[in-house]
Design a protein around this ligand. Structure first.
Ligand SMILES: [Zn+2]
Length: 57
């Protein structure tokens, strides 16, 4: 059963292999990974996306 899931490289939560944002659990984590390329800017955006995720949850 667990073979259908993988761990998100950002937050380590389980994510389904058929998830739209795979290998990330969410658009937020995909954005965080992308943001790492921008260094410091990533930290600021992470806060913004965290707030957005909470509102949607
Ligand atoms: Zn994640």
């Amino acid at each position: 059963m667990s073979r259908q899931t993988s761990k998100c490289p950002i937050c380590k939560r389980r994510v389904k292999r058929d998830a739209p944002d795979f290998p990330f659990c969410s658009e937020y984590c995909r954005f965080v990974d992308l943001g790492r390329w921008f260094g410091e800017e990533y930290r600021v955006r992470r806060q913004t996306w965290k707030d957005t995720e909470k509102k949607n949850a």
